[in-house]
Write a protein that binds this ligand. Structure first.
Ligand code: AMP
Length: 299
């Protein structure tokens, strides 16, 4: 079943111990859409500038992603630069140039409106609510957010949270949002705000799912080489929501498989710069790693 995503479409500059790349394809919506495209038909909503290379749109189309909702505005594409430390756990943001993203005004193409599954990636919560209101009562809507919105637009964020079924958030942001340091209490606090399915991402320590059934933990897949962690969280969300859209339900078993699916897709994302690992990735390789995950956690 169809899955709609709204979020940033970017050109990123990345510096990591293994190399440096400039103006590569990035943005939360792209990482999400490409990961989810292995499991469900994806419809993407975003904005790009005059400078956005057509070949990147071609790549998204090659994954059967519907890009009609990505519109071109007059100006520069959103640009973001990050530098990783030797450990890869820490990153400095070098610059954020909003460009056309500053005036982003999502307007869903008519055929997007009936999407049963919706993911609101990290954008202004007012825009997230706007997108949700344009959709016709999705079956399951989930969202992400970031420290900036928790700090500066808390009321808008609380409104969006009250309207969604799920929140996928990293540990520090969960703590900031709830004022709790303990992650179990954070999840309880978030569930009291609206979303009944809460996923707290813990980077290389994996992810925790909190829902009506209790808690489920998935490790991050132990990899020998990590090249570029950029977008891992958005890729996780894409694998998670993609698995839900493919199953067509949000049963506890589906949600648990979806967490492993998200972790599987995120493990590929970090193996190369930008979205490059997905350019040749096959369904067989994904299935193989999903099984490796099963062996890793079974005892
Ligand atoms: P992550 O590694 O999950 O933080 O995601 C990194 C991606 O998010 C990069 O491709 C960036 O282009 C994009 N990004 C960085 N800052 C922002 C922002 N303020 N709003 C939306 N997207 C962003």
């Amino acid at each position: 079943m169809s899955l709609l995503v709204v979020g940033s479409v970017a050109l990123d500059d990345i510096e990591a111990p293994g190399g440096k790349v400039e103006a590569v394809l990035g943005g939360a919506a792209c990482y999400f859409a490409v990961a989810a495209s292995y499991m469900a038909p994806v419809r993407a909503v975003g904005v790009i500038g005059n400078d956005f290379p057509e070949e990147h749109l071609e790549f998204l189309r090659s994954r059967d992603i519907d890009v009609e909702g990505i519109y071109r505005a007059d100006g520069a594409t959103f640009r973001w630069g990050g530098r990783y430390h030797d450990s890869m756990n820490q990153r400095d943001t070098l610059f954020t140039e909003l460009g056309v993203f500053e005036g982003f005004d999502p307007d869903l193409p008519d055929h997007y409106r009936d999407s049963p599954y919706v993911f609101l990636a990290n954008i202004h919560p007012g825009l997230q609510t706007n997108v949700l209101r344009q959709a016709n009562a999705p079956v399951f809507a989930a969202m992400d957010t970031m420290n900036l919105w928790i700090d500066t637009t808390r009321d808008d964020l609380l409104e969006t949270l009250s309207l969604v079924n799920g929140l996928v958030i990293n540990d520090e942001e969960a703590q900031q949002l709830t004022g709790e340091s303990n992650l179990v209490r954070c999840a309880e606090g978030i569930r009291a705000l609206g979303p009944q399915t809460v996923i707290i991402k813990r980077g290389e320590n994996g992810a925790l799912l909190f829902d009506a059934e209790g808690i489920f933990a998935a490790p991050a897949f132990p990899l020998e080489t990590v090249v570029d962690p950029t977008g891992a969280g958005d890729t996780f969300a894409g694998g998670f929501m993609g698995a839900i859209a493919r199953a067509g339900d949000t049963d506890p078993e589906t949600l648990r498989r979806a967490v492993i699916s998200g972790s599987t897709m995120a493990s590929f994302c970090v193996e190369d710069f930008s979205l490059d690992r997905f350019r040749e990735l096959s369904h067989e390789q994904i299935d193989e790693r999903f099984e490796a995950f099963r062996r890793l956690t079974r005892f």
